[in-house]
Design a protein around this ligand. Structure first.
Ligand SMILES: NC(=O)c1ccc[n+]([C@@H]2O[C@H](COP(=O)([O-])OP(=O)(O)OC[C@H]3O[C@@H](n4cnc5c(N)ncnc54)[C@H](O)[C@@H]3O)[C@@H](O)[C@H]2O)c1
Ligand SMILES: CC(C)[C@H](C(=O)O)[C@@H](O)C(=O)O
Ligand SMILES: [Mg+2]
Length: 352
C-alpha cells in the first residue's frame, strides 16, 4: 500500500531521532512492500530560522493533506528569548490545534527488559505496569486567555462540556479494550474547571457500566503513580496535568527516551515521542530513538491500518533490549552501550 507521511525533524535531537524513524519506515517498505512518500515540513526553531515563523502555513497544508505526521521535537535555548507566540513550542501547539488532535495517547509500559532502568525499587514494579495516559491536548491552560503586564501575568484554564466529553469518551473506549478502569485526575477540590471535568466524566461513565471509574486529585495522583504504578490502567486528565504525569510515568518505566505518543482527533494523526529536543545531548549520537520508533508503531496501527507491521516494530525493539543493547539513558550494569545510530541499526536488523 502507498501512504503520504509528513515528517518534521524539529530541533536539538529531532533530526537524529527522525533519521532513525525514517530508516525504520524504509525497512518496513522493503520487508512488506509498502510505499511511504515522505514529505518534509518545517516546524519550531528550524522553521523560525528558515521561514521566519514557528508554524508556516505550508507546514499546516502539507500535514493536513497527509495520511499521518511524524514529529521529532522542537525548541531550544537559541529561541528561548522570543515571546510566547513566536517560540518553537507555539508552533507545536499550533500544529496540534490545526490538526484538531484533541486526544493525546501516551502509553507507559514497563518492558521486562527495562526493569533495571526504573528508579523504583523492585517490589513496586514486580507487577505488570501498563498505563495508558489519555491527555486532553487542544484545550485548557495551554490555549486559554493569556495576558502580561509589567508586574503581572496570567493564563486561564478553561474547558467546555464538549471538550471534556469527547476526551472522556476516548478514555472509556480505550479502557473497554484494556482492564476496564479509568482514573480521572483533576483538582476538583479547588478549580471550577476541574469540577465541571468531574461532572462530565461522571456523565460519560454512565454509558460504560463495565468500566470502573475512580477520581483522584492531581497531587495525590502524582504520589500514587510512584507508590503503586501497577494500580493504574487508563489515566484521563487535562492538558497540563497530562504533560507532567507523562514525564513522571516515563521515568517509572525506564526513561523519557522510550515513551511514544499518538495525538488523534477527527482527521490526520500526529505521532511524536513525548520527550523534548534534549539540547544537552543534541548532535552527540546519544539520544534514545525508541520513543520515536514506538511512535511509528502507533502510527502503523492507528492511522495506516498496518497492525502486523506495527507489532513487528514493537517486537524488534523488545528483541534488541533482550539482547542487552542500551542507549545511555537506560543503561545499567552488564548491558552494552550503543548510540542512536547503532540502536537503530540493531532494531532494523530485527525487522525481517
Ligand atoms: N514535543 C516536543 O517537541 C517537546 C517536548 C518537551 C520539551 N520540548 C522542548 O525541548 C527543550 C528541552 O526541554 P527539557 O530539557 O525540559 O526536556 P527534554 O525532554 O528535552 O529533556 C529532559 C532530559 O531528558 C533527556 N532526554 C530527552 N529525550 C531523550 C532521549 N530521546 N534519549 C535520551 N535522553 C533524553 C535530556 O537529555 C534531558 O536530560 C525545550 O525547548 C522544551 O520546550 C519539546
Ligand atoms: C513542548 C511542549 C509545548 C509540549 C507540551 O507541553 O505539550 C511537551 O512538553 C510535550 O509533552 O509534548
Ligand atoms: Mg511534556
Amino acid at each position: 500500500m502507498e501512504f503520504n507521511i509528513s515528517v518534521i525533524y524539529g530541533d536539538g535531537i529531532g533530526p537524529e531521532i527522525i533519521d532513525s524513524g525514517i530508516r525504520v519506515l524504509n525497512k518496513i517498505e522493503e520487508v512488506y512492500g509498502h510505499k511511504f512518500n515522505i514529505d518534509r515540513a518545517l516546524l519550531g526553531g528550524e522553521a523560525i530560522d528558515e521561514l521566519g515563523s514557528p508554524i508556516p502555513n505550508e507546514t499546516i497544508d502539507k500535514c493536513i493533506k497527509s495520511d499521518a505526521v511524524l514529529l521529532g521535537a522542537v525548541g531550544g535555548p537559541k529561541w528561548d528569548h522570543l515571546k510566547g507566540s513566536e517560540r518553537p513550542e507555539a508552533g507545536l501547539l499550533g500544529l496540534r490545534k490545526a490538526l484538531g488532535v484533541y486526544a493525546n495517547i501516551r502509553p507507559a509500559i514497563l518492558f521486562e527488559e527495562l526493569k533495571e532502568a526504573s528508579p523504583l525499587k523492585s517490589s513496586l514494579i514486580k507487577d505488570n505496569i501498563d498505563i495508558c495516559i489519555v491527555r486532553e491536548l487542544t484545550g485548557g491552560i495551554y490555549f486559554g486567555e493569556k495576558g502580561k503586564e509589567e508586574n503581572e501575568a496570567y493564563d486561564v484554564e478553561r474547558y467546555n462540556r464538549e471538550e471534556i466529553r469527547r476526551i472522556a469518551k476516548t478514555a472509556f473506549d480505550m479502557a473497554m479494550n484494556r482492564n476496564k478502569k479509568v482514573t480521572s485526575i483533576d483538582k476538583a477540590n479547588v478549580l471550577e474547571s476541574s469540577k465541571l471535568w468531574r461532572q462530565v466524566v461522571e456523565e460519560v461513565a454512565k454509558d460504560y457500566k463495565e468500566v470502573e471509574l475512580e477520581h483522584m486529585y492531581i497531587d495525590n495522583g502524582a504520589m500514587q503513580l510512584v507508590r503503586q504504578p501497577a494500580n493504574f490502567d487508563v489515566i484521563l486528565t487535562n492538558n497540563i496535568f497530562g504533560d507532567i504525569l507523562s514525564d513522571e510515568a516515563s521515568a517509572i518505566v525506564g526513561s523519557i527516551g522510550v515513551l511514544p505518543s499518538a495525538s488523534l482527533g477527527e482527521g490526520v494523526g500526529l505521532y511524536e515521542p513525548i520527550h523534548g529536543s534534549a539540547p544537552d545531548i543534541a548532535g552527540e549520537n546519544k539520544a534514545n530513538p525508541i520513543g520515536t520508533i514506538l511512535s511509528i508503531c502507533l502510527m502503523m496501527k492507528n492511522s495506516l491500518g498496518l497492525y502486523k507491521e506495527g507489532t513487528k516494530i514493537e517486537e524488534a525493539v523488545k528483541e534488541v533490549l533482550k539482547k542487552g543493547y542500551r542507549t545511555g539513558d537506560i543503561m545499567s550494569d552488564n548491558n552494552k552501550l550503543v548510540g542512536t545510530r547503532e540502536m537503530t541499526d540493531l532494531i532494523i536488523e530485527e525487522i525481517k
